[in-house]
Design a protein around this ligand. Sequence first.
Ligand code: ADP
Length: 461
Amino acid sequence: MARIVIVSNRVPAGMAGGPQAGGLAVALKDCLKDGGLWLGWSGEIAPTTCADVKIGRFGKIDYATFDLSREDYEKFYVGYSNSTLWPLLHFQPGLVEFDRAYFDAYLSVNRTYARALAALIEPTDLIWVHDYHLIPLASALRAVGVENRIGFFLHIPFVPASLLNLLPRAEKLMHMLCAYDVVGFQTEQHLHDFEDCARHFLNVSADAGAPIVIDNHSVLPIANPIGIDARAFARQAKRSAQGNVAKRLDESMQGRALIIGVDRLDYSKGLPNRFEAFGRLLDRFSEHRLKVSYLQVAARSREDVTENQRLKRELDRRAGEVNGRHAEFDWVPLRYITRAVARATLAGFYRKARVGLVTPLRDGMNLVAKEYVAAQDPDDPGVLVLSRFAGAAEQLTEALIVNPLDPDEIAEALHQALTMPRAERKARHEKLFEKICQTTAATYCHDFLGALMGETSDVVT
Ligand code: ADP
């Protein structure tokens, strides 16, 4: 049976006391249940970037990590990954910062990953690379003689050719993506855009669902939506909703309806418009005044990205403005927390919320939308208000789908959600829950590895 080797920018945090379940670790739990190897940056800064890895073993998984130099951290991680690729692939060309030194560092750090990995793998290992930091890794691995099957999954959106065209060296990026054996995307739309880009930049034929052949190499692009273990999350939510923290939330609400938003504090999440929309709900639908509170949990994230610092200041201002305009001495309409909240606590909060408000400007998938659906009480479920530009909207069509750029449309959807009859809420929820049980974390792993193995291998997941 082949070993699974995962490569991602970071390995799951908290290795000193055993790995904590980060988003990716939760999603990949299934394919690593028989063990495997996981390589990534340690999160530490050292005088130089060096491919010498530290190995730790937790449970059945070996974790291999290496440090980055300050300069590589700034140019590879903050620079090319998060100030060039992240905004471009989230349809924010105005925020793209391109610098050749960033691109050079991006290639050079990927070569370090390749050297580190080449020293650790066996010829039969299946290598699964995750996300936009590591697009060049397959080419770098081939350059040092690695012949294993290598797959790549992009967790964030992919863009149409007209947008990718803005990126200097877009053609090279497409070549590097095509050096993999399988390239996975979250949605059919992203897959379609990738195939379009292959035709446009590489001048190859790319038929829907078929491998693309370039330079005698064949790459299979697939759509493979990531999911959660919906039934386990539902059980967790039921338990947490009876716990002490959820009780405190209940008491503080004094019978009011709760709208919840849960995001990393990132400009792709559409938070300023969301705050604006909530203000407009209170302006335009005055029956909700004093009857509803909106809790936004916004964990600070990638604070070295200048745009996220600016966003934090803007949200502080807007939250103050909404509350200044609407609050009463015994009612805070908008509660805004810039910290992470434990996953179990979140599950209980979702279950208490009448509305889940998920309005990113763009998102690869958005797992918060699926978590909110999973957490609901099927007998009295809340309503999901979902951006049409989240990957999840391709599947979750029974949500109230909104354009996140239009605060009035969001306000109207909030009003519809808050006044929706129970029978309609139940009917919508039933279909949504069925869907999130069909594409789970387990099917995500199984389907990707199935594609990576082709027909011939005997790996079991
Ligand atoms: P992204 O990967 O861009 O952060 P997703 O919605 O796909 O967006 O995944 C976010 C994950 O992180 C979810 O599992 C969610 O529960 C968790 N998360 C997001 N914000 C917070 C927060 N403020 N506190 C705790 N967990 C959070």
